[in-house]
Design a protein around this ligand. Structure first.
Ligand SMILES: Nc1ncnc2c1ncn2[C@@H]1O[C@H](COP(=O)(O)OP(=O)(O)OP(=O)(O)O)[C@@H](O)[C@H]1O
Length: 475
């Protein structure tokens, strides 16, 4: 599904108009344009800080694609468009086109690697007041260094185009992968795998102060090794995180209570939080709880997620929007836990839980309709047990009140500890064999060549807007 854009951008202060993306179910028209769902955004203000761009990607240190780029940079200086050969278009979105590419002159001693290059027409985006969204995406990509998130290998300008060179995912996205499953539904074990990896990626983003806000199967790409990579950060919210040690008490009802007394450890680094008002309010509430109950002190836990972040932007994808985003009451990292619930539901049941006849009805359903689960065939008692657990988790993720939603107090740890994920070895999740491995399919000649995975550029596509200017050599 394509994301809805009620959009100026999140990062514009002028926020007045509504932008309808060129594909998918739009907020304005309620028309259905196909199987993809578009993202919406209507703003609040945030600034960008390009000084955060990082050139260190420790987890890529031994990777040929990273090394090739490093050697290219050291032999030729700053990387530019001339150093790449664009092979074909992989896809396009609201901001630009993404191309498959290779380094033009292979680096001696290294295999020829594929990259994905996102090309954004800055002039066109400036007219559509979406330039800051693209800038924010670039800034966020530059910060990331995680196995389930894209690596930004290089970024440069070419004429009025901004180009981001990222890791290429040949396995397509999870929306397309779901369509290939029997009944267009993933098995519980496959859904658990994809949800677990996505949760780990969201956890990292939150610790970096990033609220993703646009989780949906279309934005979860599959790498060559079958592990996932979250893509598309143009709707993400970047804010300051204040890591804190949460001193925990077990009250008489065995519920955790958060301490707000001076005995709590001070933030690890002084940061200006734009959300201090809501911080104060939350802390005041908790303080009342701890004073009233009989408590037993437990080991403190580090919480480094933007739990108290608040944005009033209308962003996301209709079927995935959290109630607090629709109502405009202000939202924070809990929106990602809501979308994780919708994501799990869609993977298991082949549809989203609150989908209405049109976008408006979908939004009303999200706010008002209780959550229900369709009946699906269960073949074993083990599967039944798993279904009960995953339904319990989905119920806890799809709590309409964000303050009562799982993850709202301590972030991802609460979700990781849920019974459904009990069998997941979080530390070794990268070593688990994924449900589908594109590389294996390739090796078995089911897919005869790597290019079979990729759409070819038709002449019409070549002539479309956002095209790279003619003087760039494609092939
Ligand atoms: N790293 C990648 N590897 C393979 N394909 C990719 C990669 N990144 C993006 N794509 C493809 O390109 C398409 C457009 O990419 P992307 O979603 O980042 O663009 P966008 O302009 O930000 O889109 P949106 O309208 O969702 O904001 C995706 O749907 C996907 O099919």
């Amino acid at each position: 599904m394509a994301s809805i854009s009620r959009d100026e951008s999140d990062y514009d202060s002028s926020c007045s108009s509504i932008t309808v993306p060129d594909s998918s179910r739009s907020w304005m028209s309620n028309l259905s344009f196909g199987s993809r769902r578009s993202s919406v955004s209507v703003c609040d203000s945030t600034t960008t800080d390009t000084s955060l761009l990082s050139s260190h990607k420790p987890h890529k240190a031994n990777q040929a694609a990273w090394e090739a780029m490093r050697r290219l940079r050291s032999s030729k200086g700053p990387v530019g468009l001339d150093h790449f050969r664009l092979l074909r278009r992989l896809g396009s979105g609201d901001l630009g086109n993404v191309y498959l590419c290779q380094i033009r002159n292979p680096v001696v001693g290294l295999p020829q690697c594929f990259y994905a290059m996102k090309v954004v027409d800055k002039e066109a985006l400036a007219i559509r007041k979406k330039l800051q969204r693209a800038e924010m995406e670039k800034e966020i990509l530059g910060m990331l260094d995680h196995p389930f998130l894209p690596t930004l290998y290089a970024e440069f300008e070419a004429s009025h185009y901004s180009c981001l060179v990222m890791e290429f995912c040949p396995g397509g996205d999870l929306y397309a992968a779901r369509q290939r499953q029997p009944g267009k539904r993933f098995s519980i074990s496959s859904a658990k795998f994809y949800a677990a990896e996505t949760l780990v990626a969201l956890e990292y983003l939150h610790m970096m102060g990033i609220v993703y806000r646009d989780l949906k199967p279309e934005n979860v790409l599959v790498r060559e090794d079958g592990h996932v990579m979250l893509s598309d950060f143009d709707l993400s919210l970047k804010c300051d995180v204040v890591p804190e040690l949460l001193k925990r008490y077990l009250d008489s009802n065995d519920k955790y209570a958060k301490c707000s007394t001076p005995s709590c450890v001070a933030p690890m680094q002084p940061v200006l939080s734009c959300f201090s008002a809501s911080n104060k309010r939350n802390k005041a509430n908790v303080s009342t709880i701890t004073e009233q109950v009989n408590v037993q002190e437990l080991d403190p836990e580090l919480v480094a997620e933007p739990i108290n972040a608040r944005s009033k932007s209308f962003v996301g994808t209709h079927e995935y929007l959290a109630p607090e985003v629709i109502s405009g009451q202000g939202h924070g990292s809990a929106v990602d836990w809501w979308t994780l619930g919708v994501f799990l539901y869609e993977m298991l049941y082949g549809r989203t839980p609150f989908k209405g006849e049109n976008n408006e009805k979908t939004l009303i359903n999200i706010l008002k309709q209780p959550l229900t689960f369709p009946k699906i065939g269960i073949s074993s008692s083990k599967e039944f047990e798993e279904m009960v657990k995953v339904q319990d988790l989905i119920c806890k993720l799809l709590v309409k009140n964000p303050n009562k939603r799982i993850g709202s107090l301590k972030g991802s740890v609460e979700i990781k500890r849920h019974e459904f994920f009990k069998s997941v070895n979080w530390a070794l999740i990268r070593s688990v064999r994924p449900p589908e491995v594109p590389r294996d399919l390739h090796d078995k000649m089911i897919i005869r060549s790597r290019s079979a995975l990729l759409p070819k550029l038709s002449k019409k596509e070549r002539d479309e807007p956002y095209q790279i200017p003619h003087h760039f050599d494609y092939f």
